[in-house]
Design a protein around this ligand. Structure first.
Ligand code: HEM
Length: 430
């Protein structure tokens, strides 16, 4: 007789509810379940059922050993409805083919060609801060991330359209965030239609314009347009995928990193001292960021505590066996990056922000996976790591930062975001 997968009882659910209220986040409840039930447990709410997996064994199981027994695509989910045939929601040969097309634009060797764009776009946003002002970093970092993604990967100047499309981008993200559709699959949500179409129209327009250009570069949009067997619809799906997956994650990471720096002024001071010592006032370069080891650890630790993609979601394609439990075919399976990053067996004081922990220590395999793992790890990991360091280095070179008192909680949207925002006073350095 197979054992039923552990499920929270009334007492544990009550404890989880209390923790959720304390942290103002569902993550508090998941932490209680993980502490109480171990590496596999079932989540059941009216209309919703999923199996949650936690820890290195689980990650290896989903990402490597049983990878082919899972499907990324879940028909009817908003992510699939939005991205259609984007690389993120394709499986098998179709996925591998798309990934092969796009890899060259995100290859490590291409990164240096994006650095100037990263610096200029950061400067463009910083120019609007003036000498002394208050800024919401969640908003400001989204501007930076959008401009960098469009300017770098698509070679498109997004500045003139950013304001006009701001609400469309936010609505698109809201459309794929956890919500009522999880409990009521197929629920009509007509209020998104207009905004989604605005973003679609924009993407089709930049594809059309690029097709008209005589000389095309080696950026991602040009690579896609050069593929003779890719039509505009399929290119639009990849552009939408990279736009959402590539900017919302960097936005979250940058704003969490700034929040954590603001909360820990001694870390902020040390990061600034390193940047001043290594780079002075020079524009950040690949060489400079490769020497910013302390900043590396700040980013590593921000990614550990608040991984923007805090879980990976799959469908079991066959009956699976994990830890002696059977996961029936068709089950929604989630592996939790967030909970894995906070397991006490692997992390000393896991709920504390300690960048120095990365000085000497190398995490046990699959205990640290902010960019996933295996063959379907994040295609933009190298891009994002350079981007985040360039942007942070530039901000710290140019501005002194002070976190203003406003409570922040981890919001489970399309990514894990600091909500309601990260308010900071920014004062220009002389
Ligand atoms: C801080 C920034 C980022 C983080 C933390 C992040 C995290 C992740 C994670 C955890 C996965 C695997 C998800 C899973 O196993 O279900 C993933 C996949 C992916 N990421 Fe990222 N990502 C970041 C930035 C980017 C950027 C900049 C791009 C594009 C330019 C990008 C594009 C993608 C795509 C297309 C996939 C799917 C890959 C596939 O299925 O083959 N990401 N990302």
């Amino acid at each position: 007789m197979p054992q039923p997968i552990p499920r929270p009882d009334g007492l544990l659910s009550l404890k989880a509810l209390r923790q959720m209220q304390t942290e103002h986040s569902v993550l508090g409840a998941l932490q209680v379940f993980s502490d109480g039930l171990g590496p596999i447990f079932e989540l059941r709410l009216p209309g919703f059922k999923a199996v949650m997996l936690v820890g290195p064994e689980a990650a290896r199981f989903v990402l490597v050993s049983q990878k082919d027994d899972f499907r990324w695509r879940s028909e009817g989910d908003p992510v699939t409805l939005l991205l259609r045939h984007g690389v993120l929601v394709e499986d098998g040969e179709s996925h591998d083919r798309l990934r092969r097309f796009m890899n060259p634009a995100l290859h490590k060797q291409m990164l240096k060609t994006y650095v100037d764009e990263m610096v200029q776009r950061t400067d463009e946003v910083l120019a609007s801060w003036g000498q002394n002002s208050q800024q919401d970093m969640l908003v400001e970092m989204r501007k930076v991330a959008l401009l960098i993604l469009m300017g770098g990967l698509y070679r498109v100047d997004y500045s003139p359209d950013m304001q006009r499309l701001w609400a469309s981008v936010l609505k698109t993200i809201e459309y794929i965030s956890p919500g009522i559709w999880m409990f009521w699959p197929g629920v009509p949500r007509p209020w998104y239609t207009r905004r989604l179409k605005e973003l679609d129209d924009y993407l089709f327009q930049i594809i059309r314009l690029r097709r008209q250009e005589k000389t095309q570069g080696s950026d991602l949009l040009s690579l896609l347009v050069k593929q003779s067997d890719m039509d505009d619809d399929l290119i639009r799906d990849q552009l939408m995928t990279m736009l959402i997956a590539g900017h919302d994650t960097s936005t979250a990471l940058l704003s969490w990193a700034l929040y954590l720096l603001g909360k820990h002024p001694h870390v902020l001071e040390q990061a600034r001292e390193e940047i001043d010592r290594v780079g002075g006032k020079d524009a950040p370069s690949m060489e400079m960021v490769s020497q910013l080891h302390y900043l590396d650890h700040v980013v590593d630790e921000a990614l550990r505590m608040y991984p923007p993609i805090h879980l990976g979601s799959r469908k079991a394609a066959v009956d699976l066996e994990f830890h002696g439990y059977t996961i029936p075919s068709g089950t929604r399976v989630m592996y939790s990056i967030y909970l894995t990053h906070r397991l006490e067996q692997y992390w000393d004081r896991p709920h504390e922000f300690i960048p120095e922990r990365f000085d000497q220590f190398k995490p046990t395999p699959y205990t640290y996976l902010p960019f996933g793992g295996g063959a379907r790890n994040c295609i933009g990991a190298a891009f994002a790591q350079v981007e985040v360091k360039i942007v942070l280095a530039r901000i710290l070179q140019r501005y002194s930062l002070e976190l203003l008192p406003n409570p922040v909680h981890a919001h489970m949207g399309a990514t894990l975001e600091p909500r309601p925002g990260v308010m900071m006073r920014v004062v220009k350095r002389s």
